[in-house]
Ligand binder design. Structure first.
Ligand code: 6GU
Length: 224
């Protein structure tokens, strides 16, 4: 998969996308991320990419021209499955969207700032608008990093244990059950007996019960 990210702050994306699982995905050639500095497509030699909004009001708006230039350049080089705009008024990101996007070949992500981007860019080019939750971020970069991480780890061959993505919280609509490792007793707290006896049928049943119990307690909205 190739992901092109258009941003004024590529530095915000460099570290999160170059460690751990994302780094492995890259090294294995399964995920190629290209960062594009929007400033390189500025309308003048002062590096201008934004302007005041029509109708008045506080906050700058990212202009059509720089965005159109970079988007059309990228589109002329390959076909994109989705051109995603990260915005707090987008569709709330969920595991099922990550699952769908992980099957694509080419994604483009546009990170906004200030008051956002000119509506005409959204009308002309954007195919999917995503928010990562009901709170406000200063820009789309951290949201883009979250999308790339959640999508990237689903690409076959990225995780070492292929089954581990399947047992994540949310992957089957339930939260994940509690997990334990050594020692069997810590500060008077014991690992549940069932996990120690090697009966895998009982262990599976216990985990399923715990997943349901946790979801009922913490996220009744997921229980339908
Ligand atoms: Cl995708 N962008 C911004 N700026 N704020 C957000 C968001 C995105 N999702 C939630 N809040």
């Amino acid at each position: 998969m190739r992901i092109d990210i258009v941003t004024l702050l590529p530095e915000l994306l460099e570290s999160p996308l170059n460690h751990s699982i994302m780094q492995r995905a890259k090294e294995r050639g399964l995920l190629n991320i290209h960062l594009h500095q929007l400033r390189d497509y500025a309308i003048n030699k002062h590096g201008q990419v934004d302007d005041m909004q029509y109708g008045g009001g506080a906050g700058m708006v990212i202009m059509c021209e720089p965005l159109s230039k970079v988007i059309e350049k990228l589109k002329s080089e390959r076909e994109y499955d989705e051109i995603i705009y990260l915005t707090p008024d987008g569709k709330t990101f969920q595991q099922k969207i990550a699952n769908t996007l992980s099957l694509k070949n080419n994604l483009m992500m546009i990170c906004g700032h200030y008051k956002g981007i000119d509506q005409r860019i959204r009308d002309l080019y954007i195919t999917l608008e995503i928010s990562i939750g009901d709170y406000v971020l200063s820009g789309g970069e951290l949201a883009a990093a979250i999308l790339v991480d959640s999508i990237g780890r689903l690409i076959p061959g990225v995780l070492n244990d292929e089954t581990s993505a399947l047992t994540d919280s949310h992957q089957d609509g339930l939260l994940a059950p509690p997990v334990y490792t050594r020692p069997a007793e810590f500060k008077g707290l014991n690992v549940p007996e069932v996990l120690l006896n090697g009966n895998f049928k009982l262990i599976d049943e216990w985990r399923q019960d715990q997943a349901i119990q946790r979801t009922e307690e913490r996220r009744p909205d997921l229980m339908e």
